[in-house]
Design a protein around this ligand. Structure first.
Ligand SMILES: Cc1cc2nc3c(=O)[nH]c(=O)nc-3n(C[C@H](O)[C@H](O)[C@H](O)COP(=O)(O)OP(=O)(O)OC[C@H]3O[C@@H](n4cnc5c(N)ncnc54)[C@H](O)[C@@H]3O)c2cc1C
Length: 373
């Protein structure tokens, strides 16, 4: 396996931001993953797993360790052994996620049609339990295979063992940085009905319509594009990491305080649908971070240097061209501070921070970082 030095990381991220990786390698097989892990371990350098770079903010100084890009390719489809008539898509981590959705929809297999158009790789999907428009991968993941960097062995997890919740799993929480996901198995339903439970998606169809999987996936893509949430070549609005903040999950008491603070009844969603997250969200609701940001006085298109809030979606921070990671963080801080002052809620960042030191992204500044390496 070729190990390159001082490889610029910006071109590997959807933000287009970030300094170099001290070392950089691409894994094409599980053997490569084990070899890279051994290489980093022998030298005592940290290892960072790079998928499609669509949920990252890489620091301007880059990453002082080995960045391992997931290039494993391949997919095998088989009937589920339980005779449910469902099928299992065994998919290697480097496959492009949207390609898997397209393939499933074309084969009339239900379960991931609302996740069309989400950038990144298969290996990235269990990490933050990717979700959109009423679906989460947690509801279709059968098994995750990964290399354990601590035990230096491959291991397989059932969906329950992955500890999925809203934008969370063991891979970005308790076991952050410990596993390299090499394969994800999804359980899909041939001939199944599409999921059309998200209000905005429902409005895309006439009331008595029975849209096909392909029609639902196409509607999701149109909605995403209208918000700059679809990667379209040459569209500066999608030079982002998607949603920059998670939607806070709050208690009814907090909801009342927010309503009092804004003089308006805040919109709400059930906390953690399909997440299998046990009882931790009981009695809680999800409030759109975009609404909080707007009520705190930020409008779409708000600009700070070369960073801006997308002109099409309040939740996305974009690189207007030539922005640094520091500029993106400065805008994120300003937003999170203002929301906290007004509503007493600290917004949590969704993208993973790579190569930052604590003084740059402190726990008290732009929302608790989801990762610090
Ligand atoms: C325009 C746009 C729209 C988006 N819309 C959505 C959305 O609707 N819903 C949503 O949930 N997300 C959304 N995202 C965020 C992002 O696409 C997802 O989080 C995606 O799953 C990240 O995958 P990736 O391969 O790009 O991971 P990366 O960005 O490369 O990495 C993200 C994290 O996952 C880890 N990781 C990646 N691959 C592996 C692996 N094989 N093993 C172990 N760890 C790994 C990395 O180490 C890092 O910690 C959007 C992003 C953009 C740019």
């Amino acid at each position: 396996m070729l190990i390159e030095e001082n490889k610029p990381l910006a071109p590997f991220t959807t933000f287009g931001i970030g300094g170099p990786a001290r070392w950089f390698a691409e894994a094409a097989s599980e053997g490569d993953v084990a070899e890279a892990a051994a290489w980093a371990n022998e030298r005592g350098v940290p290892l960072f797993v790079l998928g499609g770079g669509s949920n990252l903010l890489v620091s301007d100084a880059g990453f002082d360790g080995l960045v391992l890009r997931m290039g494993l390719r391949g997919i095998a489809i088989s009937l589920a052994p339980d005779r449910s008539g469902q099928v299992i898509y065994e998919t290697t981590a480097g496959e492009e996620w949207n390609g898997i959705v397209e393939r499933a929809v074309l084969a009339d297999c239900a379960g991931i049609e609302c996740l069309a158009g989400i950038p990144g790789t298969v290996g990235g999907t269990p990490v933050q339990n990717v979700g959109a428009y009423g679906q989460e991968v947690a509801s279709v993941i059968e098994r995750v295979r990964a290399f354990d960097l601590k035990e230096r062995a491959f291991i397989e997890f059932s969906a329950v063992e992955c500890g999925f919740a809203y934008r969370r799993s063991r891979f970005n929480a308790t076991d952050r940085g410990r596993y390299v996901v090499t394969r994800v198995d999804y359980r899909l339903t041939p001939g199944g009905a599409p999921t059309v439970r998200y209000a905005e998606l429902q409005r895309a169809f006439p009331e008595d319509a029975q849209p096909s999987l392909a029609e639902v996936a196409a509607a999701v893509r149109r909605l995403r594009q209208s918000k700059g949430m679809l990667l379209v070549e040459g569209d500066p609005e999608c030079r982002s990491a998607g949603s920059f903040f998670k939607n806070p999950v709050v208690t009814e008491e907090q909801m009342r305080a927010i309503a009092a603070g804004s003089g308006k009844e805040p919109p709400r969603f059930p906390a953690g649908p399909n997440s299998g997250s046990g009882t931790e969200n009981e009695g809680r609701v999800k409030i759109p971070a975009a609404w909080l940001i707007e009520q705190a006085g930020f409008a779409k298109g708000y600009t700070l240097g070369k960073a801006a809030i997308s002109s099409r979606h309040t939740l996305a921070i974009i690189n207007r061209g030539g922005a640094t990671a520091a500029e993106i963080l400065a805008l994120a801080s300003q937003i999170a501070d203002t929301v906290e002052e007004k509503f007493g809620i600290r917004l949590e960042m969704e993208p993973v921070m790579v190569g930052f030191v604590l003084s740059q992204v402190s726990e008290s500044r732009p929302g608790a970082p989801t990762s610090m390496r």
